[in-house]
Design a protein around this ligand. Structure first.
Ligand code: GTP
Ligand code: MG
Length: 214
């Protein structure tokens, strides 16, 4: 990469995300998807991992994606348009690993997510969010396997970094890197973020813009 390229990307990303970002629609099933006429970057992770909060931090809005205290509230694919004219879409995916979810809800989730991942040609990248306090859990490893099988490249993003001590954070980064290396479609580098302190948000913006390649 040429010197200065990263800075240019970071600056473009900062400008873009401080500009228009609009909620487009919720899709509870595949036939509600918007036309695949723009690149998409999806956000996935366990219920309560902080997807909506991270989307809000990324876009500098307080509640563009509804951040809830009730795990499992986001049950659809939620689409957001970035830029005016729109350059790409962000997709907030429904959370998984919600212990109390009925079997039918879990099956519905699995079908929706798997079909979306496999069939969505414009999906450029997925960001798989992992709670800094917990690291990669078996349900996350299952999600990683689904992404490997769909051949959708993904970045592992640690969330809520403000909730753990520096020493614990270093340990979870190391263990998450070990997990990433076991999966064919995972990026080796781990992003560390906090929606609370905005740690890593600039880096995440640049990564998203780079992945959308617009
Ligand atoms: P679902 O949509 O239900 O799957 O959850 P989600 O992944 O969208 O999580 P959400 O953003 O709603 O956050 C869940 C809880 O974690 C909320 O109480 C947030 O305030 C909190 N939270 C999210 N991000 C952070 C963070 O970076 N730091 C801290 N301290 N709390 C956070
Ligand atoms: Mg949410």
């Amino acid at each position: 990469m040429e010197p200065g390229m990263d800075d240019d990307l970071a600056e473009r990303a900062r400008k873009l995300f401080s500009g228009p970002v609009e909620f487009l629609k919720s899709a509870p099933a595949l036939h509600f998807l918007p036309d695949g006429d723009a690149p998409e970057i999806a956000f996935a992770g366990r219920s309560n991992v902080g997807k909506s909060s991270l989307l809000n931090a990324l876009t500098g809005r307080k509640s563009i994606a509804r951040a809830s205290v009730t795990p499992g509230r986001t049950q659809e694919l939620n689409f957001f348009e970035v830029g005016s004219p729109m350059l790409f879409r962000l997709v907030d995916m429904p959370g998984y690993g919600f212990a109390k979810a009925p079997h039918a809800v879990v099956e519905n989730w699995r079908r929706l997510v798997r079909d979306f991942l496999r069939g969505r040609v414009v999906l450029k990248r997925t960001l798989l969010l992992i709670d800094s306090r917990h690291g990669v859990k078996p349900v996350d490893a299952e999600m990683m396997k689904m992404l490997d099988e769909a051949a959708v490249g993904y970045r592992l993003v640690l969330t809520k970094a403000d909730k753990v001590k520096a020493s614990e954070l270093a340990a979870v980064v190391a263990s998450t890197q070990v997990e990433a290396r076991k999966h064919s479609a995972a990026y080796p580098d781990i992003l560390v973020t906090s929606a609370e302190t905005k740690l890593g948000i600039d880096e995440l913006r640049a990564a998203v813009l780079g992945d959308a390649a617009v």
